[in-house]
Ligand binder design. Structure first.
Ligand SMILES: [Zn+2]
Ligand SMILES: [Zn+2]
Length: 147
């Protein structure tokens, strides 16, 4: 199921809309809201919540995944005692295989889950993030970049 999760612009509660669902007012405060989730096979190139066109993708570490990882980790501990680097590598690989990417908006942090990967998107970039948070010339950005 494809969905978009975003914050209500008025009460800042987290709202979710599934693909195919009609827009509706905020579930919490009733503020008008026109956000709808794009079709499940849509390539996400702009934010469904605010229309911003700078997005990034990241692994979908929600609560359920986190618990699964702790369980997985505890299974691997006896094997990897003294071989922790190997264990981490294996765990990394498993995480990479089972955890899907979500597409996130730099501007409003809306999360687009369950959509096909958009090849033009890049992973999270702190410099771009800072540009959104602090404006075009974040202090210390030059030292932080690799140019
Ligand atoms: Zn609200
Ligand atoms: Zn947005």
């Amino acid at each position: 199921m494809s969905s978009v999760h975003f914050l209500c612009s008025q009460c800042e509660q987290r709202l979710g809309r599934d693909a195919g669902e009609a827009s509706r007012p905020c579930d919490f405060c009733g503020a008008a809201n026109i956000v709808v989730a794009p079709d499940a096979d849509a390539i996400i190139d702009r934010c469904a919540a605010c229309g911003h066109d700078q997005l990034y993708f990241q692994k979908d570490f929600n609560r359920k995944t986190g618990i699964a990882l702790v369980v997985l980790g505890s299974i691997f501990v006896p094997w990897t005692y003294g071989l922790s680097l190997l264990g981490v590598t294996i765990l990394d690989y498993i995480v990479w295989r089972i955890v899907k990417d979500v597409i996130v908006c730099y501007e409003c942090q809306a999360v687009h889950r369950g959509y096909p990967a958009n090849p033009s998107l890049k992973p999270f970039d702190l410099v771009i993030h800072d540009r959104h948070v602090y404006g075009s010339a974040p202090p210390g950005a030059e030292e932080g970049s690799h140019h």
